[in-house]
Design a protein around this ligand. Structure first.
Ligand code: ADP
Length: 798
């Protein structure tokens, strides 16, 4: 098994040209991540010409200047050094900060539509606001997209004086915003919003049956904060709009009870990378017996089999406090990449219900998916994209591949004096934990503040328990964003020990010594903030993000990373060679241990990139078809004649209706019925495609390329979509009497979902769908053919 994996995955990129090419040349060669911002540098230098005059100008003069630029309009899209000087001076006066030259350069980089890497603490909030102001003064509409509500609101309020000074309207949108508030907010020149909220607004707008219902965000300029997290890590997470659906909670409770009777190993087995669980023959027999001797592989029992599989998955592979928390009677997912509660996220399909059943909570009805959009599709709608983050360069290739976005790095205002100690690799988890505890105690004894970044909530708690009561430790678990930010902000205080999952409270500034100058001197003397990582993350970028917490703005600081061979990263991404080396245990030198861990990390990075590409391939067909449906939908909303469209399918009844009422009333009735069928058919098509995609791995067994096969089916199923809609509309209109012309949906019994809600799912969590489908089919074939299945390609049973 391990051999297979090693062969499959070892094609990680080992050679990176950029490491050998000087920066200036990389820029010329157009290598990803090597944008030199030459244009911006010239503008930044040239603004010096205007510094004296803007300094001398009164507030009224500056405001007047801003007004003239806005009404001028001629300078649109052209970076101007005069405008930049104006924005700089406005920032100084309204926010009380003189921006650094690095910040001015970063502003022009965003203004030119690039992705910018700037270290933590370098003042990206200000940069984003200045760039937004520059765009807005040129007449553009700007969205500054953040990762959560808390940051959107905080930044909008914090930066508001700048926009107000320049006569620009700024607004924010969050989960709590009402429809009217959203509509008003999107009219502002600059809108701060979490990317997911904009996505939900798009989805809801697409369901509108009247143009005036829309909140209509403008897709002009996006400045994406934490761009790597949003544009890469979450790129393929679908945002979902769902409506009320059937309630099958009793069935889930029954399946959970059934699965509760199974014994590990005897009735089910978990494969070694912990991603798949499958029933043994004995397990299947037990379940079939309990269900009164049915054959669960019969088509009529497919629902039962699915629920049993989900319940088993929920029991064996998804763990409380690692993958999810239970609070206030609800299952709340922990986004493992960020180590925080992922609000509004659910596991897809029935897995969520299965976990609720396992926890004996009331089961939320799964609902019908009305529409979805991925974060990547959403971002690609913007005319101009730009972004910033502390870790952009590691994803420069992907930003170029998926968004045609060039990127580059802006150096720090003050050089870093942080030390990153080499990773220490332990042979076992126990040895690692002991070392971490010793490290915390030893640093804490000197008064140095310590921030420990763990991989899970459970790990945070375990570590906190290991520390003596005399150490005042703050454990930060996935809670709410504002609370997290407050705790993280204090992590730099003298003697503080903070344990938190990696990205909690991100976007929060950690000041040494908190707000106290005296304390700051003590902390600096103790070496600044110490960041301790308890493992390597599945990407170097995430490691870098955690380390970036220390040594901000030229502060002293140190980072220490402890890893072990028992870490999930190593266990799941090991090559055969590493496996052999690890067996040598304690005698293995640190240098070799580091190689093993680093290799596992590179394999993990490659696998993730492959997943991104793969999911994107699947989504392309769906996106293209959705665009076609939306185009027709918009034509209907904008008053295109439906009568003309359906007349060829029969005109007698239509003519009667027009004669008995009037043409406009008939058009309105046809439009209402058409929207209904367009939406309903799209939902069905989407459900079908999702099902096909989940089952597509079965075709791998038949030797077909799953993506090609998926596209072929998607195309075939979409064929005739609009004809079918027209036919359904014509049929319905024939059943409509003239007296009911103003209530066609009511008369025909066509109802829209009464309630809708939104959530975000992480596509293909744990890779369940494909793997589960393969397992199921293998079992099935084996039962039917009596052991023949072992000859199928990819079969694990030898
Ligand atoms: P980042 O998002 O890049 O980590 P923030 O935007 O949170 O950084 O800013 C970090 C801190 O630096 C904030 O307290 C902010 O007020 C401060 N800051 C930003 N720009 C300046 C500046 N030009 N002069 C002084 N302080 C600044």
């Amino acid at each position: 098994m391990a051999d297979n994996r090693a062969e499959l995955r070892v094609d990680a990129p080992v050679f990176d040209l950029r490491r050998f090419v000087p920066r200036w040349l990389a820029g010329r060669l157009g290598l990803p991540g090597a944008v030199s911002f030459k244009e911006g540098r010239a503008v930044v230098a040239d603004r010096a010409r205007y510094v004296d005059s803007v300094r001398r100008a009164t507030d009224a003069d500056l405001k007047d200047g801003a007004r003239r630029i806005r009404s001028g309009g001629s300078a649109q899209h052209v970076m101007s050094s005069k405008l930049l000087a104006l924005v700089e001076e406005a920032t100084r006066r309204s926010l009380g900060h003189a921006p650094f030259d690095e910040q001015m350069l970063a502003t022009t980089a965003l203004w030119a539509g690039h992705a910018v890497e700037m270290d933590t603490g370098e003042g990206k909030t200000l940069v984003g606001a200045m760039a937004a102001a520059c765009y807005a003064l040129c007449g553009r509409r700007v969205h500054v997209l953040s990762v959560n509500d808390y940051l959107a609101r905080r930044d909008a309020v914090w930066m508001a004086p700048l926009f107000e000074f320049l006569g620009l309207k700024v607004a924010w949108v969050g989960q709590v915003s009402s429809t009217a508030e959203r509509r008003a907010a999107y009219r502002a020149n600059v809108v701060y919003a979490p990317v997911s909220e904009v996505g939900y607004d798009v989805l809801r707008d697409r369901q509108a049956t009247d143009i005036s219902e829309r909140v209509a965000p403008a897709f002009d300029v996006a400045i994406v904060d934490e761009a790597d997290a949003v544009m890469i890590d979450e790129a393929m997470a679908p945002l979902v709009l769902a409506g009320t659906g059937a309630d099958d909670s009793e069935d889930f409770a029954a399946a959970t009870e059934l699965v509760g009777m199974l014994h590990p190993a005897q009735h089910f087995t978990v494969d070694e990378d912990g991603a798949t669980v499958s029933l043994t023959d004995e397990g299947i027999d037990l379940i079939e017996a309990r269900l009164g001797g049915i054959n669960v592989f019969d088509l009529e029992h497919s629902g039962t089999l699915t629920r049993v599989n989900l319940a088993l998955h929920a029991r064996a592979l998804v763990h409380r406090d690692v993958d999810y928390l239970v609070t206030d009677g609800r299952v709340r997912l922990i986004n493992t990449a960020r180590g925080r509660v992922a609000e509004h996220q659910r596991w897809p399909d029935g897995l969520h219900a299965a976990i609720e059943a396992k926890e004996r909570l009331s089961i939320t009805p799964p609902g019908v998916i009305l529409d979805t959009v991925t974060v990547q599709d959403l971002l690609l709608r913007y005319r101009t994209l730009s972004g910033m983050s502390g870790t952009i360069l590691p994803v420069a290739d992907e930003l170029l591949e998926f968004y045609q976005l060039g990127s580059g790095r802006i150096e720090r205002h003050r050089p870093s004096i942080r030390t990153d100690e080499p990773v220490r690799v332990h042979v076992s988890r126990e040895e690692k934990t002991d070392a971490i505890v010793a490290e915390i105690l030893h640093r804490h004894a000197t008064g140095q503040p310590v921030l420990v970044g763990t991989q899970s909530v459970a790990e945070s708690e375990e570590l906190a328990h290991r520390l003596p009561a005399s150490v005042p430790v703050r454990v930060l678990n996935a809670r709410n964003d504002a609370e997290e930010a407050a705790v993280i902000a204090r992590a730099g205080e003298h003697g503080a020990v903070t344990i938190s999952t990696q990205m909690s409270g991100r976007g929060t500034d950690i000041r040494l010594g908190g707000s106290d100058e005296h304390d700051r001197r003590l902390v600096v003397a103790a070496g600044g903030l110490a960041v301790i990582a308890t493992a390597l993350y599945p990407s170097r970028r995430l490691d870098q993000q955690l380390r970036g917490r220390a040594g901000r703005q030229g502060d002293p600081g140190v980072t220490v990373t402890h890893a072990s061979f028992d870490d999930e990263l190593v266990q799941q991404n090991m090559t055969t060679r590493s496996l052999r080396r690890i067996e040598r245990g304690a005698e293995l030198p640190q240098e070799v241990r580091r190689q093993i861990v680093a290799e596992a990390q590179r394999i993990a990075e490659t696998v993730r990139l492959g997943q991104h590409r793969g999911t994107w391939e699947y989504n392309r067909a769906i996106t293209a078809q959705r665009e076609k449906v939306l185009t027709v939908r918009d034509q209907v909303l904008n008053g295109a004649s439906g009568i003309d469209r359906i007349r060829p399918l029969g005109s007698d009844h239509l003519d009667m209706l027009i004669k008995a009422t009037d043409r406009e009333s008939v058009e309105l009735a046809v439009a209402a019925v058409t929207l209904h069928h367009l939406d309903e058919r799209w939902q069905q098509h989407l459900a079908l495609l999702t099902e096909v995609r989940d089952g597509i791995y079965l075709r791998v067994l038949a030797g077909q390329n799953p993506v090609d096969e998926f596209h072929r089916i998607a195309l075939r199923e979409f064929h005739g979509f609009f004809d079918a809609v027209d036919r359904a509309v014509a049929d319905d209109i024939r059943r409509l009497p003239a007296e009911r012309i103003h209530d066609p949906l009511g008369h025909l019994g066509l109802r829209r979902p009464s309630a809708t809600w939104t959530y975000m799912i992480r596509d293909n969590p744990l890779g369940i769908n494909g793997a589960r489908a393969t397992q199921t089919v293998r079992r099935f074939v084996r039962r039917v053919l009596g052991g023949e299945a072992s000859r199928l390609p990819g079969s694990q049973e030898a």
